[in-house]
Each structure stands twice: as C-alpha cells, then as structure tokens.
Write a protein that binds this ligand. Structure first.
Ligand code: NDP
Ligand code: OXD
Length: 321
C-alpha cells in the first residue's frame, strides 16, 4: 500500500518544540514515508495524508484537501477543537507512558512540596531561622484529583503508594483501587469538602472552563492539618479564574498554589503570580512530550491505520476531549 505523506506543523517556541529536532525524530520513526516540515514551498498540500501538529494556526489544517488523520503532539486538544475550520477527520491525542510518568512526577513533586512545608522551609533558610514545624504524616492529608483519565489515575496511584488519602472526580463513574471516586456535578461538593490538596488534571472544555473559582475553593476542607487548602493546576490556564486564585491566596481561603498553566502564556511580566510568596510557578512544563517517544507513537498508529486497524486515543469532538 502507498505510504501516505506526513506533514509536521510545529509552532510553540520553547526549547522542547524545536521543529528541526522533531523533524529528525520523525524522519527516523517514519523512515519509509515522506515527512515535510512546514512551511516548505516545495510541498504540495494535496499530497498530505497525515498531520502531526503542535499549536497549528487556526485555519492552517484546512489547507490540506486529502488529510485523513490529525495527530496532536500533546494530550490537550482544546486549541484544536476551538478552530471552527478544523477538518472533520479523526483527531488523535497523546496518551503514552512517557508523558504520563512525567506528569505523575510533577504531581508528586508539588504535593510533597506543600505537604512537607517547603515554602515555609525555604523562607526560613533565607532568614536563617531554625524552627521546624510539626510534621504531619501523609495519611493525614487528603489529595483530591479533578480528572481521573490517563494522567489523573496514574498520579492517584502514585500518591496512594506514598500513603496519602486520595480521591478523584470525573464525568462518568470510575473505580480505582484505594481511591474514593466521585463523578458529575452532583458529587462535586462531596469531593471538594474532603480535599486538602486539590490537583487539577482536567481537559479544557465548555463545561470545565473557569471551574477553579472561589466557589470551589471555599468548599475545600477548612480543617486540614495544613491550615488552608492548596491548589495544584497542571491542566490548562482556561480552567482557572485567576483573580479568584489571587484573592483567595490573599484572604487565606487558599494556603498556597502550584500553577503550571495560565490563561495567557507566556505569563506576562506584570502578572502578580510571578512574585506571589504563596505561588510556585512553572512555565507549562509539567509534562513535556518527548520527540523520541511521540514520533514512534504516531508512526505506529499510522502503520496500523494503513493496515486497516483502528486508531487509538481518538478525541470525541462532542465531549471536547
Ligand atoms: P483524559 O481525557 O485521559 O482524562 C480527562 C479526565 O477529565 C477524565 O477522567 C474525564 O472524565 C474528566 N473530565 C472531563 N470533563 C469533565 C467534567 N466536565 N467533569 C468532570 N470530569 C471531567 O486526559 P489526560 O488525563 O490525558 O489529560 C488531561 C489534561 O491534562 C489535558 O487535557 C491537558 O489539558 C492537560 N495536560 C497538561 C500538560 C502540562 O504539561 N501542563 C501535559 C499534558 C496534559 P471521564 O473519565 O468520565 O471521561
Ligand atoms: C499537553 C501539554 O497537552 O503539554 O500535552 O500541555
């Protein structure tokens, strides 16, 4: 069978998204098919059957009349779904162990950072203060994970293993060993009321936009050993109401926040998040997609598809994730 041509459209700017590096990896993983790194004046758009993309410009994918599959090079597809001109072909997202493990590292790192009072200890070091506070056990802390999909369920298992009490919230009912599972809007408050550290790993959809707001923060457990609840968001910036977060940090509704994602990225220099003493900020790098792993994942999927097999991890456009 003819090996369909693949186009790479990578816009993003940060080190991990060097288009040349991705092209090299795809040339290796798809060694017997043509791979174009676009833009390239030599490429005939009608030749393109597959597109592997990161942050394509709105309308860009509509320029390929014979496109059969779009592979997003990340897990979150909100930006693609928002493009009204997106061709109506299967959209495949990333769901692979490598990215999942990276996100679990981030979640464990930040849960432990707050559980082990690192903000206080680092401030004490700067002030040369030797004053350790009471150290509560992991089992005294309840971590609640919003989103129990590929990433949330793996992080939940790792946190259980460390001894935390873990609960999770999803759209549909779930069962996970040792994890108290809640679902749907009707069970959201029950989930929040027991949560000391709220971890958000939701996709951004019309239902979840700005879900991280004051109403949610005031519903979190007010009597945790940590004093005030903590927010960790590595989903998308659009999930959070940023002025609510800042106000809730300032009035004590939230004790601290770890934020990897923001409504506007890169985060503008004037944002109060940069210097807020209760905020641990990372530049949307909780879980990078690795070119080696992901080029092989896409190549495998195309081979299977061309052999008549099914694509995996296809996004449901109606759900938005
Ligand atoms: P999945 O699609 O596997 O899981 C999504 C989870 O969210 C599911 O459990 C789903 O419920 C739940 N969910 C969706 N909508 C709702 C809703 N309205 N109410 C309650 N629960 C809901 O996604 P992943 O775990 O792979 O990724 C999650 C997100 O993480 C991505 O969409 C992306 O935005 C973000 N991400 C961020 C990265 C970073 O570096 N910061 C890296 C990678 C991803 P159900 O199971 O019932 O369908
Ligand atoms: C992703 C991301 O969605 O890196 O994979 O944000």
């Amino acid at each position: 069978m003819h090996k369909g041509t693949l186009a790479l459209l990578i816009h993003g700017g940060t080190e991990n998204w060097s288009p040349v590096r991705w092209k090299r990896r795809f040339d290796e993983a798809c060694h017997d098919r043509r791979v174009w790194l676009l833009p390239d004046a030599g490429c005939d758009p009608s030749e393109i059957r597959y597109a592997a993309v990161w942050k394509p410009y709105p309308g860009e994918l509509a320029g390929f009349p014979n496109l059969r599959v779009i592979f997003n090079l990340g897990a979150g597809v909100d930006a693609l779904i928002a493009d009204a001109t997106l061709p109506k072909v299967p959209l495949v997202r990333v769901s692979v162990g490598d990215l999942t493990d990276r996100m679990t590292e981030y979640v464990v790192l930040h849960v432990l950072m707050h559980h082990r009072q690192e903000l206080y200890l680092r401030a004490s070091q700067r002030e040369k203060i030797w004053a350790p506070k009471y150290q509560w056990p992991a089992a005294a802390i309840s971590v609640g994970i919003m989103g129990l999909g590929t990433l949330g369920s793996n992080a939940a298992r790792a946190l259980r293993h460390l001894g935390f009490r873990v609960s999770g919230w999803s759209r549909n009912p779930k069962q996970l060993d040792g994890v108290s599972c809640f679902h749907g809007n009707e069970q959201l408050d029950n989930f929040l009321e027991r949560t000391d550290i709220l971890v958000c790993l939701l996709p951004l959809t019309p239902e979840t936009r700005r879900i991280l707001n004051r109403r949610v923060f005031v519903t979190l457990n007010r009597s945790s050993p940590m004093g005030a609840p903590v927010l960790i968001n590595a989903g998308r910036g659009g999930l959070q109401n940023e002025s609510d977060i800042l106000q809730c940090l300032d009035d004590g509704t939230l004790g601290a926040a770890s934020l990897d994602v923001f409504a506007q990225e890169p985060l503008p220099a004037e944002s109060a998040f940069w210097t807020h003493p209760k905020v641990v900020l990372t530049p949307h790098n909780a879980a990078d997609t690795d070119p080696d792993e992901i080029s092989k994942y896409v190549a495998r999927q195309i081979e299977r598809f061309e052999a008549g097999g099914a694509l995996e991890n296809v996004v449901d456009p109606a759900r938005g994730y």
